[in-house]
Design a protein. Structure first.
Length: 411
């Protein structure tokens, strides 16, 4: 396999994901992604004709995010018509999967330069719009085999089985806010962030909108359990609740302790990120120096009711493919879909907390579904350079019981 290099990565700020309230909510998702593409091209003085494909993760592919948002964004950006685009959906792992697909093309020698990344405008295309909130696609035959529950209930089930208390998940959430606040105060994200503008070229924002630096353990403790009412909803043919279905799969839990809230779960935001990948030959032709290389990538499946436990096996598989161990990774970016996900992953792999999400995560910064995986790679790359460290692993839990991981090494 040929070496796979990351030449650069840039992202928009993460805007508040509420229609009319977030700074990015007035920007069409195609235009949001187009601005990221153009910022990358301008910053690297990139000959756009060298880009063979644009691979973009996007979860809710309907309405403004339908009709192949990747190709439409290439056109919206005014790029050469010869540059193609394709859109990928692996739920929350979509942005990482886009990067990994691009890496496969380059590593196989079939492509020399691909831009990969993700976009999600959650203020304009609400989560679940593509499936009415049903991960099984309303397939009643599948539902008879496996009754999946909302992800928040899966997170609460993990907390119950692992013995994570409300204090544990709130403490993790507070740390996420504190680390993000420190990173922002020290301009750690400045290298990759750019100013998003409106259709007239007026500046909108170049700052992440979701962090709450004023958060305290007391304020987190005042929030109600977000998924307790969902758990009690009667949704089965015999009046079974979502909690009942979770307990049918995991009777050892006894009952579900609903510990996750809006404060210790990921935030709803808008955002886009792109990563420029290429071969050694591409870099020489374009006059660019690589910043990192991709060492390995992997996916793994897990039981689909508990759903969110696959980051650990996906990470272990990526480590095995690279001939590495947990101790060989300097920085870990574990997506904070819910606080219990990184907590469970750290426990399963015996990862030192000091190496995990050192600049905060999605609890503080937000989780723009299809873009997050690419953003984690971007964040890890910047932090490796800032801290002088060598290796990073990024991983995310994924709906339906999947996980994805990518290992990068600083050049």
């Amino acid at each position: 396999m040929a070496d796979i290099y990351i030449y650069d990565a840039v992202r928009t700020p993460r805007g508040r994901g509420k229609a009319g309230k977030g700074a990015l909510s007035g920007v069409h998702p195609q235009e949001l992604l187009a601005q990221a593409l153009n910022h990358m091209a301008e910053r690297k003085k990139l000959d756009k004709s060298l880009v063979e494909d644009v691979v973009i993760g996007c979860v809710t592919q309907v309405s403004e995010q339908g009709a192949c948002v990747a190709r439409n964004a290439v056109l919206a950006a005014g790029w050469p018509q010869e540059v193609t685009g394709t859109t990928v959906n692996r739920f929350c792992g979509s942005g990482t999967q886009a990067v990994n697909f691009a890496a496969m093309g380059i590593g196989s020698g079939m492509q020399d330069c691909v831009i990969a990344g993700g976009v999600e405008s959650m203020s304009r295309v609400p989560m679940g719009s593509d499936c009415e909130g049903q991960l099984d696609g309303k397939n009643m035959l599948l539902r008879k085999k496996i009754t999946m529950v909302p992800q928040g209930i899966s997170a609460d089930l993990i907390a119950t089985l692992e013995g994570f208390s409300r204090h544990d998940v709130d403490q993790f959430a507070l740390a996420s806010q504190q680390k993000a606040a420190k990173a922002i105060a020290e301009d750690r994200f400045k290298n990759s962030l750019f100013m998003v503008v409106d259709s007239d070229g007026n500046p909108l924002t170049d700052k992440d909108e979701h962090p709450r630096a004023e958060t305290t353990l007391e304020s987190l403790g005042e929030l109600g359990a977000a998924f307790e009412k969902f758990g009690a909803m009667k949704v089965g043919p015999k009046g079974e609740t979502f909690d009942d279905f979770a307990l049918k799969a995991y009777p050892q839990a006894g009952s579900i302790h609903h510990v996750h809230t809006a404060g210790n779960s990921s935030g709803i935001v808008d955002g886009a990120c792109v990563v420029l990948l290429g071969s050694k030959e591409f870099g020489e032709k374009a006059g660019l120096k690589p910043r990192a290389k991709i060492r390995s990538a992997a996916t793994a499946g897990a039981e689909p009711v508990i759903m969110l436990t696959a980051p650990a096996p996906a990470s272990q598989r990526a480590l095995d493919k690279a001939g590495m161990s947990v101790g060989d990774i300097d920085l870990w970016e574990i997506n904070e879909a819910f606080a219990t996900v990184p907590l469970q992953t750290m426990r399963a792999l015996n990862i030192s907390p000091e190496r995990v999400n050192v600049n905060g995560g999605a609890i503080a910064l937000g989780h723009p579904l299809g873009a997050t995986g690419a953003i984690l790679i971007n964040t890890a790359l910047d932090e490796l350079e800032r801290s002088g460290k060598g290796t990073a692993l990024t991983t995310l839990c994924i709906g339906g019981g999947m996980g994805i991981a990518t290992i990068i090494e600083r050049v």
